[in-house]
Design a protein around this ligand. Structure first.
Ligand code: PEP
Ligand code: MN
Length: 262
């Protein structure tokens, strides 16, 4: 179902009138974790002013350590919904388990994180939902495996899948992950699904986000996911790779020379 051979035209995912794919570019921005009402409202306002068209924020956080901040869970989703209501911006947030699905009823795009890319039972359940699924490439998964995971969702009836290159594990340690730039044109050749890039998790460092974002655009990405935090040095997760709102505005000004935002 994801194969370009049987579906030549690009899939365009439409969420509250915001389109992704087929020449429509999307920018999803926001904090790694939703931390408080004031934090998420302020970031939402800032990223919208800079031209982002989706608010991303984690409520359920798949942290490496069980002692690290695990997210506000259901109340984090409530705070994202508050932003959606106040500003009219569609929201993207990660799901970690099947039993949480009812909490995602009003979430516009449901993210499956790298660590759950091959949680096949979760993927099957998401195949029965109506919302688009943002499927991130696993830490050490091939493009073929990513496309097969998309098939798990699509074969259940939900054909609105957006794929995301977010860097893969290699022997290099200067970056958090190695951004696999070639995955973008490769996936677009193999599949009609929209492909976005996440330079924040690929790099792990704020100053690398701009060059990687530009590279992703040049390689044909249909969108970007960028972490933005109002106070990165005190962020409860991924502060090192988060842009301040003013830095995000500067990066967006550069990107607007190459992309057309709606
Ligand atoms: C995230 O988007 O905050 C996240 C946890 O990303 P990934 O699953 O790509 O590591
Ligand atoms: Mn993060």
């Amino acid at each position: 179902k994801a194969n370009r051979k049987f579906h030549a035209d690009d899939t365009v995912v439409d969420v509250l009138g915001q389109k992704i794919g087929g020449g429509h570019f999307a920018v999803m921005a926001g904090p790694c974790s939703v931390e408080s009402e004031s934090q998420i409202l302020e970031i939402a306002k800032n990223i919208m002013q800079s031209g982002a068209n989706f608010l991303r924020g984690g409520a359920f956080k798949p942290r490496t350590s069980p002692y690290a901040f695990q997210g506000l869970e259901g109340s984090g989703i409530d705070l994202l919904l508050k932003c959606k209501k106040k500003y009219g911006i569609p929201i993207v947030t990660e799901i970690m388990g099947i039993s949480d699905i009812p909490l995602f009823e009003d979430v516009d795009i449901i993210q499956v994180g790298a660590r759950n890319m091959q949680n096949f039972r979760l993927l099957k359940e998401l195949g029965h939902l109506k919302q688009p699924i943002l499927l991130k490439r696993g830490l050490a998964n091939t493009i073929e495996e990513l496309l097969m995971s998309a098939e798990y969702i699509m074969s259940g009836g939900n054909e609105n899948v957006i794929l995301c290159e977010r860097g893969i594990r290699t022997f290099e340690t200067y970056t958090r992950n190695t951004f696999d730039l070639s995955a973008i044109p490769m996936i677009k050749r193999l599949s009609h699904l929209p492909v976005i890039a996440d330079p924040s998790h690929a790099a792990g460092l704020d100053w690398l986000v701009e060059p990687l974002a530009k590279a992703a655009v040049a390689a044909g990405a249909d969108g970007l996911m960028i972490e933005v935090h109002n106070d990165p040095s005190h962020a409860l997760s991924d502060g090192k790779q988060s842009l301040t709102p003013s830095r995000f505005t500067e990066v967006m000004e550069v990107l607007k020379n190459y992309i057309k935002l709606e």
